[in-house]
Design a protein around this ligand. Structure first.
Ligand code: IYR
Length: 223
């Protein structure tokens, strides 16, 4: 049986071209300052700020509006210590055995290795899980979700922008494999770890690699 569509009116404010340009120049000025940071101050950050950033992430569009994401905020120091130990165990194997020579060369400018102090130093981790399906609460049957990675990717983009807007630094960390995160956080079996995002203020001695971004003419194609 199909659900009766319920619809509500929708409109957006019509901005002048000048206003559109002004707003987007300002947004670019702000977002182009975002950098992935690997050295954090351990000063705690307000939970309310994280909640508000996650509320923004939750506005993302998703396949069939299934909102197939969970955001787990980990501030507990003991848990972060356990996560770090597992992360480093997997990363050591990745750097020593799983990653190709070319991959290691490509990472050289970033200066990454298997040692991940930021998992413990950052005051919070936001571990994002994707819900590969939804269990039916009554029967336990599986209801499908759609475009789960795309949906979660968009939500994480909004999350990173929101945290940056609040002056907080982030790192999109993808240990591989990362199923240990679901185990350590005791997530239900229909959730798979998608990204681990340390969040905090950069440490006072933080540095980032001197990278540049592709100019518009390398990423925009007009037809
Ligand atoms: N997950 C590893 C390796 C790594 C892979 C890519 I692709 C990066 O852009 C950065 C790191 C690590 O976190 O070190």
């Amino acid at each position: 049986m199909s659900k009766a569509p319920s619809r509500i009116p929708f409109s957006l404010p019509r901005l002048s071209e000048e206003e559109m340009n002004r707003k987007l120049d300002s947004m670019y000025g702000q977002l182009s300052q975002r950098r992935t940071v690997r050295s954090f101050s351990s000063e705690p950050i307000p939970m309310e700020v994280l909640e508000k950033a996650i509320r923004i992430a939750g506005t993302a569009p998703s396949g069939a509006h299934k909102q197939p994401w969970s955001f787990c905020v980990v501030t507990n120091a003991e848990l972060r210590k356990r996560i770090r130990a597992k992360v480093e165990e997997e990363e050591r194997r990745s750097y020593e055995e799983r990653m190709s020579q070319k991959w290691l060369e490509d990472l050289e400018p970033l200066g990454t290795d298997a040692i991940k102090p930021y998992i413990e130093e950052a005051p919070a981790l936001i571990v994002v899980f994707k819900k590969v399906h939804e269990p039916d609460e009554v029967s336990g049957a599986r209801h499908p979700n759609y475009y789960v990675s795309e949906s979660c990717g968009i939500a994480v983009g909004l999350l990173l922008a929101a945290l940056h807007e609040a002056g907080l630094a982030t790192l999109t960390h993808t240990p591989s494999p990362m199923n240990f995160l679901a185990e350590l956080l005791e997530r239900p079996s229909h959730e798979r770890a998608f990204l681990n995002i340390p969040v905090g203020w950069p440490s006072s001695d933080a540095t980032v690699p001197n990278l540049s971004r592709k100019p518009l003419n390398e990423i925009l194609f007009r037809y």
